[in-house]
Design a protein around this ligand. Structure first.
Ligand code: NAG
Length: 632
């Protein structure tokens, strides 16, 4: 299977008790799904909120004078646990520090803090501790602005904080001996020129491998005229005296980088003459999401196995074996494994019906995705609003009819943990002992509600009207698990391409304009017509299905044609003209139909403002799903 480089999917802006998921092949049959289990969810404390005007954070709001944080979401980001499972790491924005007695308060701007998860307090009486506040300027040179996806290394002595690494002279971060004076913040630097000169590459979606030495990350690239992402695995190396590159302060270099691209593979969809071939085993890592608990697999968002149905996948770092972790028609993106690989938690739109109009009908091969991937990915959000909720799955992932357990069951009461107006963000994380999950949410705010939107803006129920919250789910029937040995990456990823700074990225030939036939694995076929631009970008896909069946469960008949009109000024923007008239029989009875004149969708990735004329309606066993109303 695949982790698609064609689909450009942006996160920022995926049994039997003793069975362990095997990533070595399809031979291991998944055990029966686990029964639902008891979950208790609480909100974890954060520093008090104040207005962001100077002096607004009075001693009345925080008597200890240890700062106040921002009410709006801003750049808030929560990460994972310290190895003792008693703290989680969070990036907050401090605001409104008191002007007296110290005009240069250390509680200003973005900072990395630890929050206690066990109800206890740090020595100063706060349930949180700022790790980066008050660090002397000489210990924090060339700090990079990106402070996203904080994560504490398994050794407990380092944290990654966006494009920076924070450590305190070998002390555990939560210990009282980790003080501002012995804390250092180093920038990351990814050499990407032959002589090591320049500002370096900009890695995105950085995730630390469980071995504490490797980093996975992604970058944008151009695949055959279409925006895509490619992923990398590199080694962290401290460089105390850099002699090249724009950053000459002590830094962490990312070296020995592998491009997670299989040069021998033909990709997800390839052609042999006029025969189209869909290879569900193809390695195709696009946006990296992280690693399995032991680090033997890399996780990523995939191109679809089924039309318009985006999923997360795991690819084995040694064998290249690929596992589809999710298959629910809804959209998934953030994913985290338990340390023992036995469980995953995903942030998924399932239950919200956000994307069922596009993906509810099962068993359609992913031909449409050649032109629709960006638009359906963009449709998952309404502006800044996500529709994610945390879903617990065993390590084998979705397998119909098992689609996991929502940690915070739906509940419309505004103060509830299951209020749909509070939406999950990236990343969730397991405690090392496997008994707890930390996740975080943001409240829907204007203009994703209020004004012309039928959803009135809810008042925040969080402290001080805070528009985000940090949540701890306890899996109360579980016993603490041992943390197994971490996978040894050795000299690198055998199926990948070693990157030498300055190298061009590997490429793969795209499909050419032409008429093709796709045979169903079980029965029937599809006649497929593809139009590609001179750049290689796919502009039009049409398919006529006759008794097409590739999964043994669904038989597809009918036709679909989709035209993509790229915006020459804006690579994130798509305009689709979409005609569908499909009928499915077998495991379910379904249709996918566009309304008269077709369904026309205009949407821009990163902006996520859904604007369409006409409709595309998917109906499964009598239940119909329509696209969201414009702007909602
Ligand atoms: C797509 O199908 C519609 C409906 O049958 C048809 O009117 C239109 O011409 C087709 N478009 C293309 C580009 O083939």
């Amino acid at each position: 299977m695949r982790c698609s480089a064609i689909s450009l999917v942006l996160a920022a802006f995926i049994g039997v008790a003793q069975a362990i998921p095997q990533s070595q092949g399809e031979s291991s049959k998944p055990p029966p799904p686990p029964p639902p289990e008891p979950v208790q969810v609480i909100e974890l404390p954060l520093p008090p909120v104040s207005d962001s005007t100077t002096g607004a954070c009075t001693l009345k709001i925080n008597a200890k004078g240890t700062g106040c944080i921002n009410r709006p979401l801003g750049t808030f980001h929560a990460g994972g646990f310290t190895p003792d499972d008693k703290h989680v790491v969070v990036n907050v924005q401090y605001v409104g520090a008191p002007p007296a007695p110290d005009p240069a308060s250390i509680y200003n701007g973005e900072h990395l803090i630890l929050v206690k998860t066990d109800g206890t307090k740090f020595g100063n009486g706060d349930p949180w501790k700022c790790l980066s506040c008050g660090v002397p300027a000489e210990n924090a040179r060339s700090v990079q602005q990106d402070k996203s996806y904080p994560h504490v290394f398994r050794n407990g002595r380092k944290a990654i904080w966006g494009l920076n690494i924070l450590e305190c002279g070998g002390a555990n971060l939560e210990s009282e001996s980790c003080k501002p004076e012995n804390t250092y913040i180093y920038p990351l630097y990814w050499p990407n020129t032959v002589d090591g000169a320049g500002p370096g590459g900009v890695p995105r979606e950085l995730r630390v491998h469980p071995d504490d030495n490797h980093l996975g990350f992604s970058s944008f690239t151009n695949f055959n005229g279409q925006l895509g992402q490619i992923a990398y695995l590199g080694l962290l190396k401290f460089n105390p005296i850099p002699v090249s590159g724009d950053t000459r302060d002590p830094r962490y270099d990312i070296v020995d980088v592998d491009v997670l691209f299989d040069p021998k593979g033909k990709g997800i969809i390839s052609a042999d003459g006029t025969k189209l071939i869909i290879n569900n085993e193809a390695i195709n890592v696009g946006e990296l999401r992280g690693f399995s608990g032991t680090g033997d697999e890399v996780t990523c968002i995939g191109g679809s196995v089924e039309a318009n149905n985006m999923d997360v996948f795991a690819v084995h770092l040694k064998t290249g074996a690929v596992r589809r972790l999710t298959s629910h028609p809804e959209y998934v993106d953030p994913v985290a494994f338990s340390a023992d690989n036995k469980w995953i938690v995903v942030m998924d739109t399932r239950g919200s019906n956000r994307l069922m109009w596009a993906a509810a009908m099962r068993g359609i091969p992913p031909l449409a995705d050649m032109v629709t991937a960006a638009a359906t990915a963009a449709s998952r959000n309404n502006l800044q609003r996500r529709f994610f909720q945390p879903i617990l799955l065993d390590g084998f992932g979705d397998r119909d009819p098992y689609y996991g357990q929502r940690l915070n069951p739906h509940d419309d009461k505004p103060e509830s943990i299951g209020d749909p107006n509070w939406n999950g963000r990236a990343d969730p994380a397991f405690s090392y002992d496997g008994t707890k999950i930390v996740y975080w949410q943001a409240l829907v705010v204007s203009p994703s509600c209020g004004g012309g939107n039928p959803l009135p803006c809810p008042a925040s129920t969080a402290q001080g009207g805070r528009e985000y919250r940090l949540m701890l789910a306890t899996l109360s029937s579980r016993k603490a698990q041992k943390v197994p040995k971490v996978f040894d990456i050795g000299k690198g990823v055998p199926w990948a391409v070693r990157y030498r700074p300055g190298d061009a990225l590997p490429r793969r030939e795209g499909l050419k304009t032409g008429e093709y036939t796709l045979k169903g694995q079980v029965s029937g076929s599809a006649e497929v017509s593809i139009t590609a631009a001179p750049t290689g970008a796919i502009l039009h896909v049409a398919a006529t299905y006759v008794n097409f069946n590739s999964d043994g469960k669904h038989t597809i008949n009918g036709y679909e044609n989709i035209t993509n009109i790229p915006d020459p000024q804006n690579r994130y923007k798509t305009e689709l003209i979409w005609f569908s008239d499909l009928v499915g029989t077998g495991a379910s009875t379904s249709t996918k139909k566009s309304t008269e004149g077709g369904f026309k969708l205009n949407i821009e990735l990163m902006v996520n403002n859904f604007q369409a004329t006409g409709k595309l309606i998917s109906t499964v066993d009598g239940v119909s799903y329509e696209p969201p109303a414009n702007g909602t």
